[in-house]
Write a new protein. Structure first.
Length: 440
């Protein structure tokens, strides 16, 4: 897997991702302490509102940012967004009012909503070979999982030496280092062949996404992933500390079990996807999530929670990690930023639905019924995914053009028919192919 790091451009981008993730993790810890410093007992409400602002920024800003990514060189855009995030982190220690936290968090997360999809869309162009790209996706999944473990440990160690305000300095350094690594390489920036209006560019990714059968299936898988991960993220502390009467360390260990399962799956995925299709791997992972949620209804003790969380981590990574391969396969290079932005926004819509369900139902009905309800949501989502994403899903599809003029360059070599021109090639939704072929 590490052989993919021999590519200098990808190596620098991967290091930029890792450093920025650690910086963001430090900022998350520091933000919680800052909220308590400002709001005291109301810190939970402040953090809850900040997370809601984060989700709103992710859902609303990502497609708009992608519209501008088409006009701006990717390297310039990524560096600018890193600098904006660094500037916000630099200002956070100086805030004295809750509203100032909200404004800065919105700016910070809006920059992240522009950065992440653009970054993700660049990797397929840097690594055009599918085997290498698959390994890059697994490395990226490992980076996210390791960050969730390493950042809190690093923050705890640093807090023995410095105040929490100084943690924001670590975030600033992380974003500056990320920007420097991006500057150090040349990035591809494919351009659209024709100029498009702002509405077309803003909605293009969503239209491609919803017009592609395999991506409609991916959206359903996103909901299954969100149902399981929301249960883990929202209710682990409730189950471990309130339900089983254990310590914060036990809560951290449970979350680490989930992350460990995800990392094991990420390590195994490259070899697995060499032998089975993305669809089969994702259905298998999603079925693990459904089964795990229903098993959770009967969980008797902390000793059973740890292996359950490990298994849910396996299913989480098996279902989510291949999504980049589907997006790459379903788009032209110039459309990838908008399509990755659509995936970014739609997946966070799923979490925006399941987080409140996990929290409110857990508080009102208890943990066991919440497991069952989220398991039912995930089961319906998996069934929908199998119906929306057909088993027969070839790259090359025979189709007929009935609107392009006969002399159009795209029709070179096509066979004239009574209804237009027929040919076969790798099919994606784009300007020449606005709809999926009905025969497919």
């Amino acid at each position: 897997m590490l052989l993919v790091l021999a590519n200098r451009t990808y190596r620098h981008l991967f290091l930029a991702q890792v450093i920025a993730l650690v910086g963001t993790g430090l900022a998350t810890v520091a933000l919680g302490l800052l909220a308590y410093d400002i709001a005291g007992p109301n810190a939970g409400a402040v953090l809850g509102t900040a997370l809601a602002i984060k989700m709103i920024a992710y859902v609303g800003v990502a497609p708009v940012a992608a519209a501008f990514a088409e006009r701006v060189p990717r390297r310039a855009m990524l560096v600018t967004l890193d600098l904006i995030r660094g500037a916000v982190a630099l200002l956070l220690p100086f805030v004295t009012e809750v509203w100032q936290v909200y404004v800065l968090i919105f700016v910070l997360q809006s920059a992240s909503a522009g950065f992440t999809p653009t970054f993700q869309a660049t990797i397929p162009d840097v690594l055009p070979d599918e085997r290498q790209y698959t390994r890059a996706l697994s490395l990226s999944r490992l980076a996210y999982d390791l960050e969730s473990v390493v950042s809190p440990m690093l923050a705890a160690a640093l807090l023995t030496l410095i105040s929490f305000h100084s943690l924001f300095a670590g975030t600033v350094v992380g974003f500056l280092a990320s920007a420097a690594l991006v500057v150090s390489v040349t990035l591809p920036s494919p351009k659209a062949a024709e100029r498009r209006g702002i509405y077309d560019r803003t909605t293009r990714g969503l239209r491609i996404y919803l017009a592609t059968p395999r991506l409609r299936g991916l959206l359903a898988f996103n909901l299954a992933v969100a149902a399981a991960s929301a249960m883990v993220i929202v209710n682990t502390v409730v189950m471990v500390q309130a339900g089983f009467g254990l310590s914060q360390r036990a809560t951290a260990l449970a979350l680490a079990a989930f992350g460990g399962g995800s990392m094991i799956a990420a390590l195994a995925l490259p070899s697995l996807l060499d032998t089975i299709s993305d669809r089969r791997a994702m259905i298998g992972g999603a079925c693990i999530l459904v089964l795990g949620l229903f098993v959770g209804f009967f969980i008797p003790s902390y000793g059973f929670l740890l292996p359950l969380w490990f298994v849910l981590g396996l299913g989480y990574s098996l279902t989510q990690t291949p999504s980049g391969r589907l997006l790459r396969r379903s788009s032209q290079p110039e459309d990838r930023p908008s399509l990755f932005a659509a995936q970014f926004a739609l997946s966070h819509v799923c979490w925006l639905i399941t987080y409140p369900i996990a929290g409110w139902l857990g508080a009102k009905l208890g943990v066991a019924p919440t497991f069952a309800i989220l398991g039912a949501i995930a089961a319906v989502a998996v069934f929908a995914a199998t119906r929306l994403w057909p088993v027969a899903d070839p790259d090359e599809i025979e189709h007929v053009h009935d609107r392009l003029p006969a002399e159009h360059p795209h029709l070179e070599g096509a066979e004239p028919t009574t209804s237009g021109h027929r040919h076969v090639h790798a099919f994606v939704i784009d300007s020449h192919h606005p709809e999926w072929p009905r025969s497919a």
